[in-house]
Design a protein around this ligand. Structure first.
Ligand code: GLN
Length: 474
């Protein structure tokens, strides 16, 4: 039962072929079996069975079942869940229990989904491997000695390990797509403003969106349809509540040369293979985006600047962890409470404050914003020529845990292909495109703002033609 897709679960529960309770029971058994190996979840929701039972009763009583009836979902632990602790994998929020649900969580549960747990992440979503978590690293279900990607490593690993059918992550610089690629699942970052950020713990507001991961393109489209659309509590959301329906149609697809350059040869080989597969049904050509080379530096400058400001609220007065106060002398109090951030978070707060400081602002922050406009212009003109752009999601294969943990620059470099979509606000997704041995490679697809439909269509067409999905041996 744990292998069922979200669509199959919702159908089975709605038609009463099996109960939500039976299915969730099986999911909890699966979690018990695989969790010691993958460590994808920080918290398992003890109320899940009860919620499933209540849903079954409502369906028996003739109430309309939602499009996600009974579907097991996990939620990244930086997205607020009422009554279930939300730690951001940080000591700072170890015991924080939100008094409200994030809009995306409310929309999923209103559609009938059952939250089975909170997914592991890098502290405050800062990282690309899920190694920077207070709860220990998540492991890649395909090879547990390797990283699952990050920062939504728990999101992608819980889906790949079949602990749930859908998971929500957040994507500030690639955090849904990177682990989706490393764990061979589908992961999508929506257009900036398509999905509400109300209840998402902010890392870098101008870059991030909540996005779904699942094992099929159809399930990702289903989840996106459930969470997308205007929210009165987030005024950066666009009007309307869009729905997505997958269609097969001929598209113009461009392979971005700059994304392939510098990629591991095993990765490029698979991506060229994906291009050939797509070329059988679509009009494909090579494309170029010369400013991609400045994207990474621009991204890290802006992300750290915004992080330094966002994380100022964790001062152990407004938010923070409980420490027994040793007097209230200003310096020692704040040094101690702010000192409970992990090393990577501290590094970013310090670097972010530096790039914003007077005298350096023009040199770094302003330059980074200029790069952003140039990238936007380049992309706009490419999207006159192409419906969808493709390339590798990650330039490398999933690497051993610990390999890059002591070298921040090496760690940051792995985001080179994903950050462009965040800087430009455009949608992007990763779809499984093959394996090098036992290690997954993801194909990244990008589209113009609010063109998720056409991107999903291309992904669906690729998924149907390439048939790369397998199950990890856990
Ligand atoms: N790896 C990137 C970073 O650390 C992206 C993180 C994210 O998207 N949350 O900033």
């Amino acid at each position: 039962m744990h292998r069922l897709t979200a669509l199959q679960v919702a159908q089975g529960v709605t038609n009463r072929e099996f109960s939500a309770e039976e299915y969730i029971h099986r999911i909890l058994e699966r979690i018990e079996k695989v969790e010691p190996k993958v460590n994808a979840l920080i918290t398992v929701n003890k109320g899940a069975i009860e919620h499933a039972r209540a849903l079954d009763k409502r369906i028996r009583d003739g109430e309309q079942a939602g499009p996600l009836a009974g579907v097991a979902v996990s939620i990244k632990d930086n997205i607020s869940t009422k009554g279930i602790r939300t730690t951001c994998a940080s000591r700072m929020l170890d015991s924080y229990v939100p008094p409200y649900d994030a809009t995306v969580v409310k929309r999923l549960t209103d559609a009938g989904a059952i939250i089975i747990g909170k997914a592991n992440l890098d502290e405050f979503a800062m990282g690309s491997t899920t190694e920077f978590s207070r709860h220990g690293p998540t492991r890649n279900p395909w090879d547990i000695s390797r990283v699952p990607g990050g920062s939504s490593g728990g999101t992608a690993a819980s889906v790949a390990a079949m602990e749930c059918a859908i998971s929500l992550g957040s994507d500030t610089g690639g955090s849904v797509r990177c682990p989706a690629s490393f764990c061979s699942v589908v992961g999508l970052k929506p257009t900036y403003g398509l999905v509400s950020r109300c209840g998402l713990v902010s890392y870098a507001n101008s870059l991030e969106q909540v996005g779904p991961a699942a094992r099929t393109v159809s399930d990702v489209a289903l989840a996106l349809g459930a969470i997308a659309g205007h929210d009165d509590n987030d005024h950066t959301t666009a009007p309307g509540r869009p729905e997505f329906k997958l269609e097969k149609k001929k598209l113009r697809i461009g392979l971005v040369g700059e994304f392939i350059q510098g990629a591991d040869p095993e990765v490029s080989k698979i991506i060229y293979g994906a291009y050939d597969t797509l070329a059988q049904e679509h009009e494909c050509a090579e494309a170029s985006m010369p400013s991609v080379q400045y994207a990474l530096a621009s991204y890290y400058t802006i992300a750290m600047a915004e992080a330094s400001s966002n994380l100022a609220r964790y001062d152990n007065v407004r938010y923070g962890y409980d420490m027994s106060p040793e007097g209230y002398e200003w310096n020692s109090y704040f040094a101690k409470s702010r000192g409970s951030f992990g090393e990577e978070v501290k590094r970013r707060i310090i670097t972010g404050s530096y790039v914003l400081s007077s005298g350096y602002y023009g040199k770094y922050y302003l330059k980074a914003q200029q790069v952003r406009s140039i990238l936007r212009k380049e992309l706009k003109s490419l999207f006159k020529q192409f419906d969808v752009l493709i390339g590798p999601t990650m330039p490398i294969l999933p690497f051993p845990i610990g390999e890059k943990i002591d070298d921040p620059l090496k760690m940051y470099l792995v985001d080179v292909d994903t950050v462009v979509a965040n800087l430009t606000g455009t949608p992007a997704m990763s779809v499984p495109s093959g394996f090098a041995g036992n290690l997954p490679v993801g194909l990244q697809l990008m589209a113009d703002e609010f063109c998720e439909q056409v991107m999903l269509d291309a992904a669906y067409s690729f998924e149907s033609a390439a048939k790369v999905q397998r199950s990890p041996d856990l």
